[in-house]
Each structure stands twice: as structure tokens, then as C-alpha cells.
Ligand binder design. Sequence first.
Ligand code: GLN
Length: 546
Amino acid sequence: MTGSTKYIFVTGGVTSSLGKGIVSASLAKLLQARGFTVTIQKLDPYINIDPGTLNPYEHGECYVTEDGAETDLDLGHYERFLDTPTSQANNVTTGRIYQSVINKERRGEYLGKTVQVIPHITDEIKRHIQALGRKGIYDFVITEVGGTVGDIESLPYVEAIRQLKWEKGRDALAIHLTLLPYLSTSGELKTKPTQHSVKELLSLGVQPDILVCRTEHPMQKGMKEKIALFCNVDQRAVIESADASTIYDVPLLMQQEELDKVVLEKLGITRYPEADLDRWRDFLRRFKEPRQTVLIGLVGKYVELHDAYKSIKEALDHGGAENETRVELRWVHSEKLTAKNVARHLEGLHGILVAPGFGSRGIEGKIEAVKYARGHGVPFLGICLGMQCAVIEFARNVLGHAEANSTEMDPDTQWPVISMMEEQKAKVDMGGTMRLGSYPCRLVEGTLAAQAYGRTSIKERHRHRYEFNNAFIEEFRKAGMIAAGMNPQAKLVEVVELQGHPWFVGVQYHPEYKSTVARPHPLFVHFVQASLAHAARTAQPEAAKA
Ligand code: GLN
């Protein structure tokens, strides 16, 4: 598209957790399918500089971008839907905005002026929004504001939107997402909260152009007209967003409601190609009509909160779809696993995935899970801390170093098979001080990893402080655990594999961040395949009996 970048703002009302991220990603997908270039940005109104220091119980998983930014999990949805990388510029928090304003103030850049929320904080917000547009590569920048309109902390963001809408005229558009609650006693959906939410936005000077109404039941007749009339929006611009059986249905549901067409027309774009969603539909078919099911155990310490493992869950779904297989998950709490009960908890699983994590809570349970997978020939994928547990388990139970550990868990261990990188030791700050972002890795020819990727030179994203201790590399190799992938410069071990086991792979990096609908991650595809093979192997005696 020639011409200026168009800005689309997405706010939410009535309640949080309405799925703004999915609606934003779906709209972006529809525009991308028509040949436009799109990026999505998330503005988070909290004061943390980034979610890197947040406990997963707060906002779920921390998603890591190519450039090593620790970001909101919505960026994972953006990448999974669009298959284009995001960066630090795609996630900005109030903390980051204030930090840069305060830094400028200290450098004297405000020339003695009083520094205030308006205009300085709002200007900084506007600068961050437009920074993506100024790159000159995007036809559309979709900016999603976290939280709910009316919150004190989101006020400067709404004011920045008001100003940008005013300045950009037809090049900007506001979408407001609301909820139509269902009253079972009267059997109706209610529009009043939507009306109030729009009033709240209007009181801040923003007239939404489009309303996306989340609803558990089909909208009643006349409801769109009513909302349109009370909220000053066109009837066509009242979009029904019904509950979907999978988030990957949402782009198609939004297409049926013509969300993308309404957006294009309101932005004055009248000529545009048809949407090409063939690849998307093909994925959906494989995902929704699987030919078989596989049962995988996800061992972690946050299993009661599935959002803490969002990208892993999605990557398993992608890997499953590629194999036309439904991946059923058994969430296994690592803290509850002991040598005594591990068999009961993990019995019948076709694959075991030990999740990333920090700190010692649940670590012994993870090590038990690895031992079970290793001993019972169950396909195993260990990610980051999960890989480190595999190394510790091997050192303890195969090499016979009963006290082996990571120095993260036991700083004085005599067998520090996982230890801190030298350059990390001097760092005291918790935020942004890990080995973060994309690093190259060279895979050893003939390994499971090399087979999965189909090449030996890869790049993957990292988020950790500790590493395989190379002092032990030979001892491990001789006993059957090999370094299957290494960082070519730093010689850090990135992949370990167990020889003589059907499929046992531990990766120091996070493959889950790079799995998308268009390109399911090869390690997850192969892990599901190995799990299917295990299912077939273990089912045979049953069949023979019958
Ligand atoms: N806690 C481990 C480390 O810092 C692993 C981190 C992770 O699993 N992301 O190295």
C-alpha cells in the first residue's frame, strides 16, 4: 500500500480478559491476508519496566522476542498469528515511559520546563506508538492498550489516543472491545455495560469507530441497531464476537462479521485484494479434525495457571496439527512429584515435557520426571530448566554424583553440572540481565535435533542465567549424554541428547517462542511424532492380548 501508515487503537471496557490480544491479532491476520503489512503493539499500564521480573501468577508467561525483550504474552499471539517477529518496540509499559522521560529530564533535555503527565508523558506514549509507523515498513500499526478504560493508570494512554486520532484524522481509528453479559433469569444479553463503557471513553474525548462485542450467546435481533444508536457507531461497525472453540477460529469469525472490511473502509481504503487464508484454513482443518490423539505430560510448578506455559501449549498444538494429532495435556505439578508417586502421576503418558522455571521450588519433582522418562523410554523434551534437570538427573543417577546440582539451587555443590556463566556473575540487577534473545547454535549431524530441524545451523531464543558446565562434557559423552548443539562462538552447550533412548532432547533455549501457525516448530512436530510412536509401541501388547 502506498501512502501513510494507518493507526488502529484497541481499548477494552466492562471487564478485563475479554481477549483484546486475540481480536487484535485476528484483525492483523485478516489485513495481512489481504497483502498489507501489519504490526501489533501492546501498551501495558503497569509500572514494572517490563514483565521480566513479574511472577507468572501475575500476567502469565513472559514472552521473549528475537532482540531479547521480555514482554507480555500477547506478543506471542501476535507472532503466532502473523508469523512475523516482534521486538522491544512492540511492548511498552508505563514504567518504561516514565523511565525514558525521567532520563531525559536528568539530561536536561526539557530545558528547565516543568515535566508533567500532559504533555510529556503523553508525548512519550505518542512517540512510542509512532516509532513503529516511522519504520516505513508497515501499512498498519495496531496498538492495544492493556487494562480497562476508566482505570486511573490507563488515562494517559487514552489521552494519547485522543490526540493521535485528532492529529491523524482518517489515518487513525479506535476499536473498543466490550462485553454483553447474559442474564440467565431473563434469558437475554444486556447492552447497558457497553453503553456505559462507551460513555466513559466519550468522557475522555474518544469516540470509538468500531465496537467489538464479546458474547457467550448469539446477539438478539435489533441489538446491533440499539448499540449503534446509543453509542454513535454505524450498525455495520458493531461486531459480534462470539465465543470460539479455539482462538484460531477468531480470524474467520471476524471475517464473517466483516471487521477487516469495516476497518479498511473507515480508513478510506476502498481497493484491496481478497484475503488469502488458505494456509490458515488448512492448519485449522488439521487442528480441528485430528486423526489421532496423543497424551503428553507437562511438568511444571505453575500448572494450575495454564497461561504460565502459554507458548508451550500453543507450540504443542501446532506440532499436533502438523501431525493431524490432538495433543491432550496432563498438567503435572512438579512440587507434588516424589520418587514414590512419580510412576502413578506419569503412567500412560506418551511424552513428557519438563518446563522452564526459576528457583528451587518443584525442582526435585522435575528431576524425578526426567528419571522416569529416561528409564521408561518415554519421549522427553526438556526446555531450559527442564534441560538443566535432565543434566542433573543424569549426573546423579548415571554418573553416580549423588550431590550433583545446579549452582542456582545449591551454590556450594561439589558437582556443579549446571553453573553460572562468568559474565553473569557480576550482575546484581534482576531485570534484563539474563542471556536473552536470539543466539546461533550449531547442531551435530545425525542427532535428533538435526533431524528435526533438517539443518545444522539454527537460531533460537534464550532466557536464563545458568549453563551446562563444560568441565563435565567428556564424562557425560562417555556415559551416553551428548552435546548435540553448541553455540559456535561461546561453546556453550545448547542441546543435550541421550543415546540409546527413543527420543530424549533437552534444549537450553526456548523453542516454543518461535512456533507459529504458518511454521510449527520442528522440535514440537518431532516430539509429537515420537510420542505417537511411543503410543503405538505401548498399545501393541494390549492389542495382542485382545
Ligand atoms: N533458572 C534457570 C536459569 O536461569 C532456567 C531458566 C529458564 O528455565 N528459563 O538458567
